[in-house]
Design a protein around this ligand. Structure first.
Ligand code: ZN
Length: 126
């Protein structure tokens, strides 16, 4: 569901930096819309579930129903164009060894370690 963009990555390991080539996964408008709708649906469901709780439902049910579309729109706007995963290659800033990394999903920064010298590194898309 993601679109891929060719970009660069920046890797930092113990204060040293290096750059590399990256494929960056970007959330499409369509995927962002699905996420927004899902959040909307779950918020409505959560609000309706509180119907059985006495004393709370006077506020939680109408409040949840009013908030649901707003939260859904917020998720849509936040997700649209956001980075959700990355793959790429880089040379370890510590030992210069070539490394390949792949993160199927998740927001940056990504954490890993060099396959050669085992130094931990942080990887950012650029
Ligand atoms: Zn290394």
């Amino acid at each position: 569901m993601c679109t891929e963009a060719n970009g660069q990555l920046r890797v930092i390991s113990n204060g040293k930096e290096a750059k590399g080539a990256a494929h960056i996964h970007i959330i499409t408008q369509r995927e962002a819309l699905i996420r927004g709708l899902k959040t909307f649906g779950l918020t409505v469901l959560a609000a309706l579930c509180t119907i059985i709780i006495p004393g709370v439902h006077f506020l939680s049910v109408p409040g949840g129903l009013i908030a649901a579309p707003l939260i859904g729109i917020m998720v849509f706007l936040k997700s649209r164009g956001a980075i959700d995963g990355m793959s790429g290659t880089f040379h370890c800033p510590q030992c210069g060894q070539s490394n390949a990394m792949e993160y199927q999903e998740g927001k940056p920064p990504y954490f890993g370690s060099c396959t050669s010298c085992k130094n931990p590194c942080q990887v950012f898309p650029e």
